[in-house]
Every structure is written in structure tokens, then in C-alpha cells.
Design a protein around this ligand. Sequence first.
Ligand SMILES: Cc1cc2nc3c(=O)[nH]c(=O)nc-3n(C[C@H](O)[C@H](O)[C@H](O)COP(=O)(O)O)c2cc1C
Length: 214
Amino acid sequence: MSGEALHPEFFDLVGNVRAMRRLKPDPVPEALIFKVLNAGVQAASGQNLQPWEFVLVDDPAKKQWFADRYRDAMYSRFRISPDDIVERNDKLARQLKAVLYQIEHMHETPYLLFVCGLRDWPFKVAEENRVGLAPPNYGAVYPCVQNILLACRAVGLGAALTTMHQVFEDELHEYLDIPTDYGVVVTMPIGWPMGNFGPVKRVPAEEKTHRNGW
Ligand SMILES: Cc1cc2nc3c(=O)[nH]c(=O)nc-3n(C[C@H](O)[C@H](O)[C@H](O)COP(=O)(O)O)c2cc1C
């Protein structure tokens, strides 16, 4: 093996999948969304059970309903406030500005994608401890979500992964008729990006790797 990649463009792509929080309200063809979702469903899952389901929302009233609750949840639980970043331009403040933009423009996003996962107790939880609702199958849903992020990047769409819907998940289930045996794992606003895709900043794997034990 020479160490050269057969598909070098993959390595550019995977290193450029930033959270794109500033999205244009311009329409996105539904065919493109299904191209992206079909990349998502190529992900692996235990026994190939494919325990994901998507709720795709483009109804303006429903997007507004979600945006109102998302804003309340972010301001009260994430405790973010526009006052925190006035006159600041450090890295964290720039990220917070993008988060604030996302909060205030959530309702304008062409598509809100809710990725749901079938509830499933992990093997390590003993039968007698299986009380209440099982968690959604995160292990299967996140590879699907990552494929969606990569596919969005490949077709030039912007997307970001958000999880704050957890704060009002019961209400969300009822509003979108999501069955109780599924949990909503992530909410992804998807649209054409306003800014540029850029390289992500991550600690190199060499610094995260422990040889022959930690
Ligand atoms: C499990 C998980 C939960 C996340 N939740 C949120 C979220 O609720 N809101 C948000 O804006 N971004 C969320 N993100 C995105 C991260 O904030 C983002 O990937 C990180 O800040 C690095 O930024 P970058 O991907 O643009 O480099 C989440 C990512 C993961 C993997």
C-alpha cells in the first residue's frame, strides 16, 4: 500500500464539514434533500435494523412553532444572551453569534429535519433495570446523521446538528405525531449556506491515540 488515497477528495470533504448555522431562506429542491437523506440511510446499524426515521418539516407554521420553543429553550437552558457578546470578537463570541443567528432565523430555514431513532435498551442494561422508556438507538442514528452532514457538504448545502429540542421533546412528539417508541435524536436545519465552508479545527488523532493501552 502506498498510503495514497484512492479518493483524495473525501479527505478534503470530511475536514470541511463545519456546523453551518447561517442559512439562506431560499428554497431547496426536495430531490436534493432526498439525495442527502439517501446518503444518510447508507449508514451501518446493528443487524441492519435501520432504526432511523425522518420527520421533514417545511410547513411555515410548523417551523415557527418549533423556532419559538427552540428560542425559549436556548435562552433559558443554554443561558445564551445577545448581551454576552456585544463588542466581543473572540472565537467563542463568533460561535455564539452564529448560534444566536440560528436561534433568530430558525423559522426561515427551508427544511427542519428531525432524525428519530427507535428506542432500544443497550445490552449492558439488565432486564430488571429497564424501567420507563429506553433511549433511542444513538449508536445507529449518529452514523446516519454524519452521512447526512457529509452529503449536505457534497451538494453544497449547509446543515448543523442541534439537540436542544430535548427540553420540549414531549410537546414536539405530540405536535409532530411522533410515536413514543421513537426518540428525536437531532434536529438539523438545512439550507443554502450564507458563509463559506471552511476547515474544522480538531486535535490530531496522533494526540488522541494511546498505544497498547491508555
Ligand atoms: C452530540 C452533538 C450535539 C450537538 N448539539 C448542538 C446544539 O444543540 N446546537 C448547536 O448549535 N450545535 C450543536 N452541535 C454542533 C457542535 O456545537 C459543533 O460541531 C462544534 O461546536 C464544532 O464546530 P464545527 O463542527 O463547526 O467545527 C452538536 C454536535 C454534536 C456531535
